[in-house]
Design a protein around this ligand. Structure first.
Ligand code: HEC
Length: 159
């Protein structure tokens, strides 16, 4: 009897440890890596292939991106420092790219921004976003690091 209890305790401990471990690694795997040259250059190629047609070859976005199109939808915003991409933490950028703006704005939200789920891998999404971040001035990158730190603290408080 005692032995069974001990085995049960051990199994639960291993499962809990595993859950903590996978939760942690999931977060860190999504951390952008703007200083990793290999990831950034992979991300640049992916950006040109999948994002530049709307967000611009130089990340400048579409003209008058703050004004709605005739369709009522928003144009593609710039990903350089004149846009607000750098106001969102890594997790939010990942989710919008993976699932589309509907992830934050609700399933009924109409948008031209596609979902990249099944189109490019998780690591490729991180690479594209790492490339985008690598183009921001040092000050915007530092502010973005700070936004991530604050989100991480909020997440820890919620758990
Ligand atoms: C077909 C055009 C199109 C393509 C291709 C496209 N996007 Fe977008 N993207 C948009 C539009 C339009 C928006 C504005 C969405 C809205 O709010 O309705 C947007 C918004 C975003 C946002 C949110 C920005 C913010 O400040 O809130 C991110 C992040 C983003 N796109 C990343 C990407 C990435 C990364 C790629 C390539 C892997 C990509 N997009 C490809 C059209 C596109």
């Amino acid at each position: 009897m005692m032995r069974n209890v001990l085995i049960l305790v051990a199994v639960v401990a291993v499962l809990l440890g595993y859950q903590l471990y996978t939760h942690k690694s999931e977060v860190s795997e999504r951390a952008l890596q703007p200083k990793n040259e290999q990831i950034v250059s992979q991300g640049q190629a992916l950006y040109m292939a999948h994002c530049a047609s709307c967000h611009g070859d130089n990340l400048e976005g579409q003209e008058n991106w703050r004004q709605r199109l005739a369709s009522g939808r928003l144009p593609a915003p710039p990903h350089d420092e004149t846009g607000h991409t750098w106001h969102h933490d890594d997790e939010a950028l990942f989710n919008v790219t993976q699932y589309g703006p509907q992830y934050v704005a609700g399933a009924d939200y109409q948008s031209d921004m596609p979902s990249f789920e099944g189109v490019i891998s998780d690591a490729e999404i991180v690479a594209v976003l790492s490339f985008i971040k690598s183009t921001w001035p040092a000050k915007a990158q530092a502010t973005h690091d700070e936004i991530n730190r604050r989100s991480e603290i909020t997440r820890q408080q919620q758990n």
